[in-house]
Design a protein around this ligand. Sequence first.
Ligand code: NAP
Length: 516
Amino acid sequence: MHTLTSYVAGRWQEGTGEARALLDPTSGETVAQLPSGGIDFKEMTSHARDVGGPALRALGFAERGQLLKDLSAAIHAEREELIELGRLCGGNTRGDAKFDIDGATGTLAAYAYYARSLGDRKTLPDGEGVQLGRTARYWGQHILSPRVGVAVHINAFNFPAWGMFEKAACALLAGMPVIEKPGSPTALLAWRLAQITVDSGILPEGAFQFVAGSAGDLLDHLGPQDCLAFTGSARTGALLRGHANVVAHNVRINVEADSLNAAVLAPDVESDSETYGAFLSNVVTDMTQKAGQKCTAVRRILVPAERVEDVQADLIAELGRIQMGDPADRAHRLGPLTDAAQLEDVRAGIGRLSEVAEIVLGGSEPTELGGCFVTPTLLVAADPRADVLHELEVFGPVSTILPYTGSVEDAVELVNMGGGGLVTSLYCNDVDWTENYVIGVAPWHGRVWIASDRSVSQSLPPGMVLPASIHGGPGRAGGGEELGAERGLAFYMQRTALQGFKGFLNPRFGTPAEAE
Ligand code: NAP
């Protein structure tokens, strides 16, 4: 049994309050104790700003990139142990745990790679310079420089590894020290990752600190140079955005919240095509991977009305091939939800959806497996415009088919009823239909994933967040943006417009081409 500790100002510290028991969602056995309280958050934030920040900023981008590369390798070396912990505290199947852990090491490695081209400079040019005066002697150049504060990362329970390091990779490369606070239900895996990070000695002292348990009064100690990046529910996101101290000091905040992601089957896609096969397999993956506890999972499946019966039958057949059970058994591809609270929420959510949609597979009844298992549940909506379908995120292996007319206008209207999404996936071979769909949904989405017979064989699933593309979305998705290669650094940096003599600005602050 582990007692989880926080890493504060160079030492590991146990919480002082009553401990929360963390349970294995398969067996119900207690796997860790999580006491909260007793952390001096003023000391923690000062340590980051006074010790970690200067040490990181003394390095250039390429040197910080090397740290990320080394950290990726150090974590990868403990992969098997981490996969086991993912099972123990999150009910992850082997595939689910790899998705999280390899996502973390892969993102660190990707940012190490981006760093190579940034060299050893201390600032980054933000685009090309521009002539401001009568002649080119008077010049303008935007630059990005690391903020001289601390980056606080508050993460959701569903990706304890990837969630922590996709944020840390960007902040550390930008030159900001981090304080990582994971979601409590799966904090055991995050804590072990923090131990590996600290024990590796790769990062300079003060660059990485870790909070086990509650965030306490951490946000009260943030100031104008600090950043707060949050991932979790829309409700908590709104709370943090409105936090009095965050508002008073204009603390920079990024919110990654939930999203009712929609997959759309266009009318032209033939049932025997590769694109249709990908549609079925991606929807099934999204419903069952991590037991549907993915912010990018498909919750709404738009299908032309006359094809609903066929698609429903095909999805039920595919879902029937997924074996649910103890994640320790490699044959099982669907494990339990993370904890009893999630189970209760998902059961209640299925109940609410069933008021406007027919359950054609699964349901909210307890399974014979006990624990926190939920059967994959597919529903078909009678009225695709019923509000609850576009408002309620049921965070489990649950998705609803929404019949639509087959017109792009109808699809766009229904998809945008989600009020802002992380990703929408389209399966379509008609280029005009696709173009109109993209134009219609892009303002409401951070990512539009498009499959056609031309590209589908090479595409990665829509639920996979890649470091090269931005992740985030407007409206209910939180209004945030992360990753997107170098774009991910901007949140942790200050953009400044320089105006002056071109001969001075270009060699020191211009793009590499301008510097020549
Ligand atoms: P949550 O309940 O909102 O919690 C998220 C994080 O906020 C946890 O670390 C939690 O700590 C912390 N927290 C809660 N109240 C707080 C407060 N008053 N002050 C400071 N921190 C506070 O969300 P969750 O249940 O962990 O995650 C599931 C949700 O996250 C789903 O809605 C999912 O869609 C969303 N999500 C979004 C993304 C994305 O990238 N957009 C990715 C993953 C998940 P404790 O755990 O200690 O309470």
